[in-house]
Design a binder for this molecule. Structure first.
Ligand code: GAL
Length: 431
């Protein structure tokens, strides 16, 4: 089923990197099994089945370079918990070798002068030419590369159980109204329409989909990226909350607190029809041995087809005086940015490569389409940062939006009150 197997890829990557390793690492300084000083500690929040497998590809690639692996996983989707742990590690003067972060958080650590630069690797590997501007804006700071991009995820996707669609006679909905009608059909037949995880970051992941579906790309940009108060407290935002309320009628009663991958499992197991989620959800389908287009369907959230809301996991390396750690950081950055790794990682993770110069033929059908859509959106300036996943606004704004959206989801707050509170919360987070 895999275009290239992980093992074959690792063997290839090992060969590809061998000539480089001699200059980057002195093998004699390293224990053969990659233990002792010769290991990297990597903080991340990749704990679901597919996420752990994707991370395993990095661990295996490092092992071919005699670099050992100390995993530092902090469970919790979208990295909220992981970022709290990272802050305390840094404040106590004990940063890990590297950490998985999202866009604004990478910029934040760079501003505080906590990061190593990756300029040499970036120059040698021509990163300026292969990563799109939307990614460079976050992976570079003050003209210097400060992060290695793993992939591009996008958040405006619906994941659907194909057998259930067929059984209920549901064709892929193209409009918001058709989407709601199909959810209603599932509900009438006794199924959960929307597999939903009631956690703040998931509430806002769904919310940003509805913002885009209701107001279009320009409205999304004005409201969630430019934080224009007139867009935040507008008729269109009121309508957005109305549409969100309509959607919430199709989740089940056990949604509060549910992890995203458990919601994905509801679609995989045929208990629910759809999940609105970033394409890391697809990693779970593939990890369960399911095939895109045959066992499950992927389509852009109806009404959002004109744009792609994206995020990208970035690996940042913390500044250190230890020469061996520095070398291992550079090697890790080189691996992450390499074509082979980008493809293998995306296959396991559900994403598409962050590099724009690859062929997606070895990836699944959703990723092939997704990669084209990302490339087209990058060209037409409709590749817009996800708010819930750290690419639209700084963490203070993101958290303020989380609060309002989740209060709306968990109460009967009227839509006009929600729009007004949203504008107020964003204003106080930015002033
Ligand atoms: C996103 C991250 C993904 C995935 C997801 C769920 O923010 O970019 O890689 O981990 O959270 O935790």
């Amino acid at each position: 089923m895999f275009g290239i197997t992980t093992r074959r890829f690792i063997a290839r990557l090992g060969c590809a990197l061998l000539p480089l390793s001699a200059s980057v690492l002195s093998p004699s300084a390293l224990a053969a099994d990659g233990t002792g000083d010769n290991q990297v500690e990597v903080l991340n929040w990749w704990t679901s089945g597919s996420e752990a497998k994707a991370l395993g590809a990095l661990k295996d690639a490092l092992a071919t370079q005699q670099i050992g692996w100390q995993n530092m996983p902090v469970a919790g989707g979208a990295g909220t918990n992981a970022m709290a742990v990272l802050r305390s590690r840094i404040t106590s003067g004990n940063p890990p070798t590297a950490a998985q972060v999202l866009g604004y958080d990478a910029q934040d650590w760079a501003k505080r002068d906590a990061l190593a630069t990756l300029d040499d690797i970036a120059a040698a590997e021509h990163w300026n030419d292969v990563f799109p501007a939307a990614i460079q804006n976050f992976a570079k700071f003050d003209g210097h590369w400060i992060a290695a991009p793993f992939e591009i995820h996008s958040t405006n996707w619906v994941w659907a159980n194909k057998a259930l669609m067929d059984k209920l006679g549901i064709a892929q909905p193209k409009t918001w109204d058709a989407f709601i009608a199909s959810l209603e059909k599932a509900k009438q037949a006794g199924y959960t329409g929307l597999a939903y995880g009631g956690q703040p970051w998931q509430d806002t992941t769904v919310f940003e989909n509805v913002v885009l579906a209701t107001g279009g790309a320009d409205f999304y940009r004005r409201a969630l990226i430019e934080l224009d108060p007139q867009a935040l407290d507008s008729e269109t935002m009121v309508k957005t909350f109305d549409n969100l309320r309509q959607l919430l009628a199709y989740k089940d009663d056990n949604s509060p607190g549910r992890d995203w991958n458990l919601a994905t499992a509801m679609v995989i197991n045929g208990k629910a029809l759809y999940q609105i989620m970033g394409d890391w959800a697809k990693g779970e389908f593939l990890n369960a041995g399911l095939e895109a287009g045959k066992d499950f369907m992927c389509f852009r959230t109806p009404g959002t087809q004109e744009a792609v809301t994206f995020n990208s996991d970035l690996m940042i390396m913390f500044d250190t005086d230890d020469a061996q750690q520095q070398q291992m950081q550079q090697t890790m950055a080189r691996i992450i940015g390499s074509p082979e790794f980008q493809l293998t990682f995306s296959w396991l993770k559900g994403s598409v490569p962050a590099r724009m110069d690859l062929s997606a033929d070895s990836l699944d059908a959703c990723a092939q389409r997704g990669y084209q859509q990302v490339q087209a959106a990058a060209e037409h300036s409709t590749l817009m940062g996800s708010l819930a996943h750290g690419y639209a606004a700084p963490a203070s704004v993101k958290n303020a939006v989380f609060d309002i959206v989740s209060s709306f989801v968990n109460s009967d707050m009227p839509s006009d009150v929600a729009a007004e509170q949203l504008a107020m919360a964003v204003k106080s987070a930015t002033s």
